[in-house]
Write a new protein. Sequence first.
Length: 156
Amino acid sequence: MKPVIVLVLTTFLFVSPVGRGSAERAGDVEGVAAASKAFYEALVVIDDGAAMAKVWAQTPYVTYVGPRNASVIVGWEAQKTYWAKFNGAFAQRSVKLIDAQVRVVGNLAWEIGTESGLAQMKDGSTRKVDWIVTNVYEKIGGRWLTVSHHVQPKPQ
């Protein structure tokens, strides 16, 4: 390839929006990974929902479907009430995300994978965490926040 063509192509990649878009996407993927890490750190905190308040977008359109939910919980106010009540049954829990696949498109991202762990209930019983999960994040004010969390049992 001629040196002038190489120079033009190289300049195009580093100066054009295409080149910058790739770098921004890499930064967004890292941002989503950080949001995911923060979500799972908050998930193991047994409190009144304050830990979750730090990682969820506090909007009327956030959604949650848990493995035992009969309906979708919609909106931050409903979420806030849910987490406080939900956490009341647990003595402790450990949950980690494995085999995560992440996709970022603009200011939205989704992550799908498997949650694995163990929950110790206040009544002394234990529950295995072995769910399929989809998390959706939205970039709001430069920060990636959870806008949807859907878990369901793995088919046996």
